[in-house]
Design a protein around this ligand. Structure first.
Ligand code: ADP
Ligand code: MG
Length: 283
């Protein structure tokens, strides 16, 4: 079963002047069709302005298609009667953790989501505990969020989403404002949700080392979906990725350069140990 499906999705931002006349239209998502299976770990890559955030906002009905259709768990997101189910099934985590945390105490903050869903009090506390444990923040449940590091705050926002028991979590550049250790903490937590809890993860990021563990990568450019494949398939196409102004993992790039110099190294090397093995095999 696909948790997310889009068919010919088009989204246009319409700019209007003070009188409400249309000044211009920009097509942010341009005929995108895709399918994401329940339990997948999907990464979305693309240069700034390629339409990633606009696409993401369709997945929990923050935006509605100008043309085409998006289904979440089989339900059309633009039908009003599906709004609650769509929002409950797909949780969103954004870049800036400071804008997502509203509680004065960590456990309170994580409880807001289920409370708004009308979950009974006893179950709220169970969900808060289980969510904080899932992201490794249970020890901090009585702390003030203000005092936490960026990586810890972001894990609290993820716990807040988890507590709503979504089937899918969309993270839009969740590590962009974090230092390297914060980035690692967050990615470790996100991978755990996928591996252990079986939650579908859709991760938008600029950091290539965060996407090599995805099952599938989508690449966007100018609102269009331009590449789709496993990390190995995607990172086998170094020249294409450069044209799309995307980074390539350092080790992939090094392997690619060595290959260009004539060494028989396979394309699409993603990890240092693979390159070491390939080089060893050369003798
Ligand atoms: P990405 O997340 O890949 O950087 P976005 O989805 O934010 O891309 O933006 C896609 C395109 O839509 C860009 O050209 C951007 O300028 C435009 N855009 C984004 N948000 C708005 C908005 N609120 N109003 C008008 N245009 C927008
Ligand atoms: Mg964006």
């Amino acid at each position: 079963m696909d948790i997310v499906k889009a068919r010919n999705l088009v989204f246009e931002y319409i700019r209007r002047d003070e009188e409400g006349n249309v000044e211009g239209i920009s097509t942010a998502v341009d005929h995108v069709s895709l399918q994401i299976a329940q339990g997948d770990f999907v990464a979305i890559l693309g240069h700034n302005g390629s339409g990633k955030s606009t696409l993401a906002k369709h997945l929990n009905a923050i935006l509605y298609p100008t043309e085409g259709t998006v289904w979440v768990d089989g339900k059309d997101t633009s039908a009003e009667e599906n709004l609650w189910a769509v929002r409950q099934n797909v949780g969103m985590v954004f870049q800036n953790p400071d804008n997502q945390i509203i509680g004065q105490v960590v456990e309170e903050d994580v409880g807001f989501g289920p409370e708004n869903l009308g979950v009974p009090t006893k179950e709220i506390w169970e969900r808060v505990e289980e969510s904080l444990r899932a992201v490794g923040m249970y020890e901090y449940r009585k702390h003030s969020p203000n005092r936490l590091s960026g990586g810890q705050k972001q894990r609290v926002s993820i716990a807040g989403v988890l507590a709503m028991h979504p089937k899918c979590i969309v993270l839009d550049e969740p590590t962009a404002m974090l230092d390297p250790s914060g980035r690692k903490e967050v990615i470790r937590a996100v991978r755990g949700l996928n591996d252990v809890e079986g939650i579908t993860v859709i991760l938008i990021t600029h950091y290539m080392e965060e996407v090599i563990h995805a099952n599938k990568i989508f690449v966007m450019d100018g609102g269009k979906l331009v590449m789709e494949g496993t990390p190995r398939e995607i990172f086998s196409q170094v020249e294409r990725l450069k044209e799309l102004r995307l980074d390539v993992p350092q080790v992939t790039l090094l392997a690619h350069e060595l290959r260009k110099k004539g060494l028989p190294i396979p394309e699409g090397i993603l990890e240092r140990k693979e390159l070491v093995e390939a080089l060893r095999g050369l003798k």
